[in-house]
Design a protein around this ligand. Structure first.
Ligand code: RP5
Length: 177
């Protein structure tokens, strides 16, 4: 069944909600994004500007979203899509902001279709591509970009790495016992 994207907020009166914009091709992509969204919210204290903006089903909204993102205060965009995953590339074509592409694993080709669609951008229109379904890395790359210009965010990035290292060590110690 074709699922229509949910009604979108009007771009006519856009409001700044976050320095990170998160767009996805379909509401079916949301579950893949949840780990990254939770990381942004609970570790970094960032509530991203989240929207469904399909490159194919709502191309005008997608174009408006990407072309007005910078003027709304967004600094980096995470774009998640599966299948013929044109959303990150099209968003990058409509904005000069950094775009992080998150390939979503679909039902037929294990996400390799999404990965190839996102990573093989033509010269001149870059998309930073993370691993299939790896919304954690998409979130971390976004905060690393922001952290280059914001000492508090950078501190949080360092803290995250420390926690991850400790947790990994703890897991290894448990396994060795
Ligand atoms: C893409 O098509 C979306 O990003 C999604 O991953 C995939 C399937 O969409 P639905 O048919 O589940 O809406 O555009």
């Amino acid at each position: 069944l074709f699922k229509h994207p949910k009604p979108q907020p009007s771009i006519a009166s856009p409001k700044l909600t976050s320095a990170i914009g998160v767009i996805m091709g379909s509401d079916s992509d949301l579950k893949t994004l949840i780990p990254g969204l939770n990381l942004l919210k609970y570790h970094f204290g960032i509530e991203p500007d989240v929207s469904i903006a399909s490159a194919h089903r709502t191309p005008n909204y997608m174009a408006q979203y990407a072309s007005t993102a910078a003027s709304r205060g967004i600094k980096v965009i995470i774009a998640a899509a599966g299948g013929a995953a044109h959303l990150p590339g099209m968003a990058a074509a409509y904005t000069s902001l950094p775009v992080i592409g998150l390939p979503v694993k679909g039902s037929s080709l294990d996400g390799v279709d999404s990965l190839y669609s996102i990573v093989q951008m033509p010269r001149g229109v870059p998309v930073a591509t993370v691993g299939i379904n790896n919304s954690i890395n998409a979130a971390l790359l976004a905060v690393r970009i922001l952290g280059a210009f914001d000492a508090k965010i950078q501190e949080k990035v360092v803290e995250y790495a420390r926690i991850a290292e400790k947790e990994n060590l703890d897991v290894k110690c448990i396994k060795m016992k």
